[in-house]
Design a protein around this ligand. Structure first.
Ligand code: NAP
Length: 333
């Protein structure tokens, strides 16, 4: 193994002034923070939460300066007492990474052993970050719906924010598992791409934003929602009897103007999805499944773009504007 350098190059967010300032700069490895495991990062990715962490208004960054990047894949350089092997490929995401602990937009990251997922065979480090936090969250959403009873043949499954990271992975995973998927998007030009991921139908976001009636036509056998707001309220009111929506995000807003009627008259369920504190043992099992039966068949099609650190700030602005399509990968090596 090559000698470990004494410093890394990282994208650092400094919130000490009025506005958060982003800069690609050197940082001593000794400043990387606590943790047993030193990882040489090969890939990270751009998530909505990274966008939030890059601005004061986002209110998710809890330290300054902060190396951004809520997920990473790479190889172990120093395993510490973790039991991992030097040279082993790993994935790390969630917990405090990229919000209260220096994250993945760096050539090196130091992390606690209990955050580390050994990369399952069958997934490359690049593919792991094509999935990243978004793909993992999509997988948790699909598993939650299936645990609730969703089976192929039950009827159409709705996916909102379908061109985004969570949404596009959910479309692909659900379609591969035999569910007819209706993809909701605000992007008029994304239809063909969504059909290529496996969607059977694509509808405009405006068609699923009406919240005027507490109960709408029973349409969806299940739903994966990462946008919240009016869209989630509409989805809840359009679920079939006994169906569920797995809710993970809030790009359309945090307030959900719904009523109790869908819950008490149709027995529908709102399943909360959290990838950040998801327990490590289950996290490792879900990654095993992402390398097997949950792997989206069009995985490489989800990776829309590759950028290096200097182009990440622009990609973060895009994701905050709701303009991202698929996944943006950050190349570190
Ligand atoms: N709970 C968790 O553990 C967890 C994990 C990962 C992500 N998340 C959350 O899930 C959400 C999506 O994350 P992501 O990384 O997939 O983001 P993303 O790539 O930016 O995707 C979000 C998508 O939402 C849609 N959208 C954007 N603005 C909207 C608006 N005003 N109204 C309705 N739809 C809008 C857009 O898709 P269309 O243009 O196709 O409609 C956009 O591409 C975020 O809120 C994120 O914080 C939560």
């Amino acid at each position: 193994m090559a000698d470990v350098p004494t410093s890394t190059t990282a994208l650092v967010a400094d919130s000490s002034g009025e506005e958060t300032r982003l800069a690609v700069q050197p940082m001593p490895l000794s400043d990387l923070g606590p943790g047993d495991v030193l990882v040489a990062v090969t890939w990270s990715s751009v998530n909505y939460k990274d966008g939030l962490a890059s601005t004061k208004k986002g209110r998710v960054a809890r330290i300054s300066p902060l190396v951004l990047g809520v997920d990473l894949a790479g190889t172990v350089v120093e395993p510490g007492g973790s039991g991992l092997a030097a040279g082993q490929s790993v994935v790390v995401h969630g917990y405090d990474l990229g919000v209260a602990h220096h994250g993945g937009y760096s050539q090196y990251a130091r992390v606690p052993a209990e955050w580390v997922v050994p990369l399952p065979s069958g997934l490359t480090e690049r593919q792991a970050m094509t999935l990243g936090t978004a793909g993992f969250t999509a997988a948790l959403s699909v598993l939650a719906l299936e645990q609730h009873g969703l089976e192929p043949g039950a009827g159409p499954v709705l996916v909102t924010g379908a061109t985004g990271g969570v949404g596009s992975a959910a479309v692909s995973i659900l379609a591969a598992r035999g569910h007819p998927v209706t993809a909701v998007t605000g992007k008029a030009d994304a239809r063909d791409w969504l059909l290529s991921l496996g969607a059977t139908d694509v509808v405009d976001r405006a068609a699923v934003s009406d919240t005027s009636r507490p109960l709408q036509k029973e349409t969806w056998a299940g739903a994966v929602d990462c946008v919240g707001g009016d869209v989630l309220a509409n989805v809840v009111s359009s679920l079939r009897y006994g169906a569920a929506v797995a809710a993970s995000g809030n790009t359309a807003g945090t307030r959900v103007p719904t009523t109790v009627f869908p819950f008490i008259l149709r027995g529908v369920a709102l399943l909360g999805i959290d990838s950040v504190q998801h327990p490590i043992n289950s996290r490792r099992k879900v990654w095993q499944r992402l390398a097997a039966d949950l792997m989206p068949p069009g995985l490489d099609r989800l990776a829309a773009e590759e950028v290096t650190l200097d182009a990440v700030p622009e990609a973060l602005s895009r994701v905050l504007a709701g303009a991202a399509r698929g996944r943006t990968l950050v190349r570190l090596a």
